[in-house]
Structure formats: structure tokens, C-alpha cells
Design a protein around this ligand. Structure first.
Ligand code: MN
Length: 227
């Protein structure tokens, strides 16, 4: 099975409980749509786990992007690499776990993923009217900070379903659950991802304590609550 999640924000324990709940195993795949770090207690512990699993594919969100901006700023100031690593460790509540390998892996994250069934981005893809622009031509900033894509009236027709995070669904509907945008009203409960133009995945685990993921093969959603 293929799963997708976003905005885990350092909630390592909750993420592990969610993976237990879906019985995530070696022949499954998980796509993580950015904002793995910041806010929660275990950012580095979480990315170390994600980067160590061959069937987990991560992209960058605005929190990884902002971290990389800070990192590049330090690199311009000094060649004292031990000092830079020290400063980077102070960036995270569990920063003592940070090493150069993790910094390099964050630096190498892509900014979107595309499968046979969907496109995954952190915040959104620029649209012209109700047409998606080509995701490979968007800038990293557009993909991680987009403010327009989440809006209800943006219903891109044609092309693959777009999965995105970044804005807690609570801010859109008041509910901590994954939000589906069907292409046509009669498809409102479809189990086929092609029947949706976009799906919002950020359940806002750092606000309401709910972390969710979707199985993109069935459009079933799974949730765990903060303990
Ligand atoms: Mn974000």
C-alpha cells in the first residue's frame, strides 16, 4: 500500500503509533510532504528515522527550507565547521542528535514528488485560473510557502490529484481531519484518488493533537491522538 502524510513536526512517538496502526511494512511506501521538523520535541530523532527507511520518501517544507536558509547564512560567515554544527544543534530541542549527514540529507530533499496517481507538494502549486502550472517550473519558495492553493475556490481540473499540507485543516473547516476536494459532487466519498483534484493532509498535530495519514490506494484515512 502507498501512504502519504505531512507536517509531522517532530512528533516522533505519535508518528510511530500511526505507523503501527496502519501496520506499515517493508513493501509499503510512505511519502512525507515536508515540515518534519520544529514545534514538536523530537525533530532530529524523527528525520533520522525517516531517512533510514528505504521505503519512505520525504520532500522539504517551509520549516526545512528556513533551516537551510539559516545554515547557508552561517556557511557564508565562517569556515569554522565545528562552530557551525554547534549553532545548528542549538536550532533544535533534540539538536544533540544532529550530525553533518542529516544536514546534507535535509539539503538534498526534493520539493515535490510525482507518482502514477498524484503529485505531492508541501504548500501548493501555482495555478492560473483553475489550471495547474507545471510543478517542475515552480520555485522552491512557491512550493513551500504557497498561500493560494489551499483556498476553496482553487479546484484545478485535469491532471493528477495534488496532495498538500502546510495549512492545518482546522483553519479551513474547524476540523482536525484530512480534507478531500472532489472534482464532482457525486464523487464526494470516492475511494479513487483520481476523483479528487486536491487533498489537504495537515491535521495540525501541534495544535489539536491529531496526526493523520491517507492510503492513496483506497483514500482511507487513519488518525492517532496525542496521549
Ligand atoms: Mn508548512
Amino acid at each position: 500500500m502507498v501512504y502519504c502524510i505531512s507536517d509531522i513536526h517532530g512528533y516522533y512517538d505519535q508518528f510511530c503509533r500511526l505507523m503501527d496502526k496502519i501496520h506499515f511494512k517493508e513493501d509499503d511506501r510512505l511519502y512525507v510532504l515536508g515540515d518534519m521538523i520544529d514545534k514538536g520535541p523530537d525533530s532530529i530523532r524523527l528525520v533520522k528515522l525517516l531517512f533510514s527507511l528505504p521505503n519512505v520518501f520525504c520532500i522539504a517544507g517551509n520549516h526545512e527550507y528556513d533551516f537551510l536558509k539559516y545554515y547557508r547564512g552561517l556557511m557564508r560567515q565562517t569556515e569554522d565547521y565545528d562552530g557551525i554544527l554547534e549553532r545548528l544543534r542549538e536550532y533544535f530541542s533534540d539538536g544533540s542528535l544532529l550530525d553533518w549527514e542529516i544536514v546534507d540529507k535535509i539539503d538534498l530533499l526534493p520539493y515535490y514528488i510525482e507518482t502514477e496517481d498524484f503529485i505531492g507538494v508541501h504548500a501548493g502549486i501555482p495555478v492560473q485560473g483553475n489550471r495547474l502550472t507545471e510543478v517542475e517550473r515552480a520555485t522552491c519558495e512557491q512550493l513551500v510557502y504557497d498561500r493560494k492553493f489551499k483556498e476553496r475556490e482553487v479546484m484545478p481540473q485535469g491532471g493528477k490529484c495534488v496532495l498538500f499540507g502546510h495549512t492545518p485543516v482546522q483553519y479551513l473547516t474547524g476540523k482536525d481531519e484530512i480534507l478531500f476536494y472532489p472534482r464532482r459532487a457525486e464523487n464526494a466519498r470516492s475511494g479513487n484518488i483520481a476523483d479528487y483534484c486536491k487533498i489537504a493532509l495537515d491535521t495540525g498535530c501541534w495544535i489539536g493533537g491529531v496526526l493523520g495519514c491517507i492510503c492513496t490506494d483506497t483514500c482511507r484515512c487513519f488518525y492517532v491522538q496525542k496521549r
